[in-house]
Structures are given as C-alpha cells and as structure tokens.
Design a protein around this ligand. Structure first.
Ligand code: CMP
Length: 157
C-alpha cells in the first residue's frame, strides 16, 4: 500500500546547500514529492510540532535550532526549513531508514550512506526529520498542510 510521510530538511541542511542532493536521493529511492513548502518556523510552531519532546532536557535548544541556522561560523538568527510530503509504498519506514539514526555522529559510524551521515553534525543538528509511525505521519502532514480548492496548501505561511 502506498503511504505518505512527512520529511523536513532542517535549517542546517537548507543553509548547507543540501536541498538538491537530498531531493535527488529521495527521487532516486522511488519516492514522489507530492507537496513541498519552504517555511521560516517560529518558536510557537516548533513547540507545537515537537510537543511530545516538551519535557526533554534538549527542548529549548531544539526550539532555537529549528528556528535558525546554528553552524558554529554562522551569525544568522533565522533559517528556513523545507517541508515535503513523500509518497511511495512503505514510505514511513523507508524514509526513516534512508535518513539513518537520530545522532548524526552515530549515523556516520553505523549508516555511512544515510542522509544524516552525509549532512548532519550531531544528535541535535541532524539535518532532516522523518515521521516515526503512521500516526505521527498523519498528524505531522496535517500540521503543515490542508486541503484547499486548488489542492494542498501550507497552514503556516
Ligand atoms: P527529530 O528526529 O526531528 O526529532 C526530535 C529532534 O530533537 C531530533 O530530530 C533532534 O534534532 C533533537 N534531538 C533528539 N535527541 C537529542 C539529544 N539527545 N540532544 C539534542 N537534540 C536532540
């Protein structure tokens, strides 16, 4: 059965010019990109999207990271993300497998061909996001997109 999942290229990935290579990897792996929007996330949007992590010690750092570019050399205080809906058979598990472990350092060791090994930096700055279950895929797609008369549109522009 065809599935849809939510993929996001985070501020470090967009700023690091990884959009084209990640999209090529996505398409070469048999996914189609059915929706796509580039957005500058604000703190409220990130807090709501990552609500399940609200109690974690890294939550405030996560909110900072998702709203701006956090390369050591960067002085930018903002940075957009690219949000995509990917579709194919088994899309949810396959996109998670393609991106590799959350910690990019671990990805470099155990999954050297994964997206996070390619463009991630550490356990926070891991370059991409993927929904982890059918429930979160449905929730996360609806978080960013809604149906309109002209097809799907972003809710957060
Ligand atoms: P993601 O898969 O999008 O889901 C939650 C995000 O929180 C994760 O990617 C990382 O960006 C961040 N994160 C998860 N674990 C840690 C951690 N141990 N330290 C810092 N950031 C983390």
């Amino acid at each position: 059965v065809k599935e849809k999942t939510l993929a996001m290229i985070k501020p470090d990935g967009v700023d690091g010019n990884y959009v084209d290579v990640i999209k090529k990897t996505i398409l070469d792996s048999g996914f189609s990109i059915t929706q796509e929007v580039e957005l500058q996330l604000n703190e409220d949007t990130v807090k709501s999207f990552y609500a399940e992590h609200a109690s974690k010690s890294f939550f405030s750092n996560l909110v900072q990271y998702m709203t701006r570019v956090t390369h050591p050399e960067s002085f930018l205080t903002s940075g957009p993300v690219l949000i995509m809906v990917l579709e194919k058979e088994n899309a949810i598990a396959d996109w998670r497998a393609l991106i590799g472990p959350t910690d990019a350092n671990r990805a470099k060791e155990t999954h050297p061909r994964s997206v996070r090994a390619l463009c991630g930096l550490d356990s926070q700055r891991n370059c991409v996001h993927g929904s982890d279950s059918p429930q979160s895929a449905a929730k996360e797609i609806m978080f960013f997109f809604e149906k309109s008369s002209s097809g799907f549109v972003s809710k957060h522009d």
